[in-house]
Write a protein that binds this ligand. Structure first.
Ligand SMILES: Cc1ncc(COP(=O)(O)O)c(C=O)c1O
Length: 448
């Protein structure tokens, strides 16, 4: 069993209740607007918030800061090729930089994009390129009640219905998000991946895997898909990704780095040329993509660590442990537990708050007020005009928190459960012009 020693220590204080109440009000009841110094335990995201290993820090010292063709890029390219099987890669500053580069090269005005579930930045990039984002999750993903092992899967029957409606010639891209972040971080089977690839080929669409959490997904495949019980995490990851025409990865997740990402293209020199041109325009020269050489070295090392089974056992073990503690504290959590976060069914706990008054946001605010714990709403507030369940996500940064922190989160949850009937809903009082991104900066107030 693996665990990690913390040789760098940063003290964290719990701000007073009075300070938390003031901070919440000043933030317009939106936890993205709260300073990290006012947060005791930060479960807002697992993206770039983890702890790097000693090997990653050591690799950073070798950073080659040449503008073009650095040794850091060569090492990065070698790691991407070894871990994912893709030879043609451009680094980008983070996942959404890759989405801009790739989807801008693939989508034209008026086209439809099918995905098991679009992550918020993906949806925004589809819209920004004039496309229409359509989600095709399987039924089990939406309700969350069963213990189906691959709730992240893509529903091909639903996708075919959409294609019949809009015409195959208008569907340019099919995306598979592994694990499916917006569907409670649930995994996608290799069988489903193969079927989605065949479906995309059938309608002549480019098949993209959003592979931010490809290693966590491979862990679940090894655990739950009988044909892969004896395959290594590396073998599973390579096979699953091999079905894609292109992959887009945020290195801030399974690259185990604090910044970075990449786009890789399989066998389409023309697409790769377009991707490289857009990288130059938006990110930087294609051998650094908006990153320092040292960031490329950190990500290269992180990618290799992410496919080590002991790392994944610790990682997913932590998420499961937090889920058990929260469940014991009385929070209804989505099961089976996903890869990177615990998802709480806020509407089940706060059934007296209607969806239009954002029960998830009420829970998020209460967890902060009660114990300085920061999570994020991913229901009607984050995803207006979609049929998403009213979940709150408590994401676990990699190799960062310990059992004592999870105990504090559970105690906080128990205190919120205790007074849940007193909680009220929220209304929006100011929001930005891009609806897909409103939860990052909108302001709210409690409903009287
Ligand atoms: C599935 C998925 N795609 C894309 C992104 C965007 O990545 P980034 O935050 O690095 O821009 C994320 C980030 O959480 C994600 O979870």
């Amino acid at each position: 069993m693996r665990s990690y020693l913390s040789h760098v220590a940063r003290p964290v204080e719990q701000p007073s209740r009075e300070r938390r109440e003031q901070a919440l009000e000043a933030a317009g009841y939106n936890l993205f607007n709260i300073a990290a110094a006012d947060v005791a335990i930060d479960l807002l995201t697992d993206s770039g918030t983890g702890t790097m290993s000693t090997d990653q820090w050591a690799a950073m010292l070798q950073g080659d800061e040449a503008y073009a063709g650095s040794r850091s890029f060569e090492r990065f390219q070698e790691a991407v090729s070894e871990v994912t099987g893709f030879e043609h890669v451009v680094p980008v500053h983070q996942g959404r930089g890759g989405e801009n580069v790739l989807y801008g090269a693939l989508i034209t005005e008026g086209e439809y994009v099918l995905n098991n579930t679009h992550f918020d930045t993906t949806r925004a990039h589809v819209a920004n390129n004039g496309g229409h984002a359509i989600d095709c999750p399987i039924d089990a993903a939406v309700g969350g009640a069963s213990d189906y092992p691959f709730k992240g899967n893509f529903d091909i029957a639903t996708a075919r219905e959409h294609v019949e409606e809009v015409g195959a010639e208008n569907v340019s891209v099919v995306i598979l998000t592994i694990t499916n972040n917006s569907a409670a971080g649930q995994p996608v089977s290799v069988t489903n991946t193969r079927e989605v690839a065949a479906f995309a080929a059938d309608i002549d669409a480019t098949f993209v895997i959003d592979a931010c959490r490809f290693a966590e997904n491979a862990f679940f495949v090894q655990e739950r898909e009988s044909d892969y019980a004896d395959a290594s995490i590396r073998e599973i990851a390579r096979e699953q990704l091999s079905y894609a025409d292109a992959i887009v990865v945020s290195g801030k997740k399974d690259g185990l780095s604090n910044i970075g990402g990449f786009v890789a293209v399989a066998d389409d020199p023309e697409l790769f040329a377009r991707v490289k041109q857009r990288t130059i325009m938006y990110e930087g020269f294609p051998t650094y993509g908006g990153l320092a050489g040292r960031d490329l070295d950190a990500m290269a090392t992180g990618l290799r660590e992410a496919v080590e089974r002991p790392y994944l056992e610790h990682r997913i073990g932590q998420v499961r442990e937090l889920a058990e503690k929260l469940s014991a504290a009385g929070l209804p959590v989505v099961e089976p537990v996903g890869g990177h976060a615990v998802y709480v069914k806020a509407d089940q706990l706060l059934s007296h708050i209607p969806d239009e008054e954002f029960p998830g946001q009420a829970l998020v605010c209460a967890l902060y007020e009660e114990g300085g714990v920061r999570g994020v709403e991913i229901g009607s507030f984050a995803f207006p005009d979609t049929d998403r369940p009213e979940y709150v996500r408590l994401a676990v940064p990699r190799r960062t928190y310990h059992r004592e922190h999870f105990d504090h989160v559970a105690e906080t949850a128990a205190a919120v459960v205790e007074r849940h009937e007193e909680l009220t809903g929220f209304e929006i009082i100011g929001e930005p012009p891009i609806p897909e991104l409103r939860h990052f900066s909108a302001e709210l107030r409690p409903v009287e």
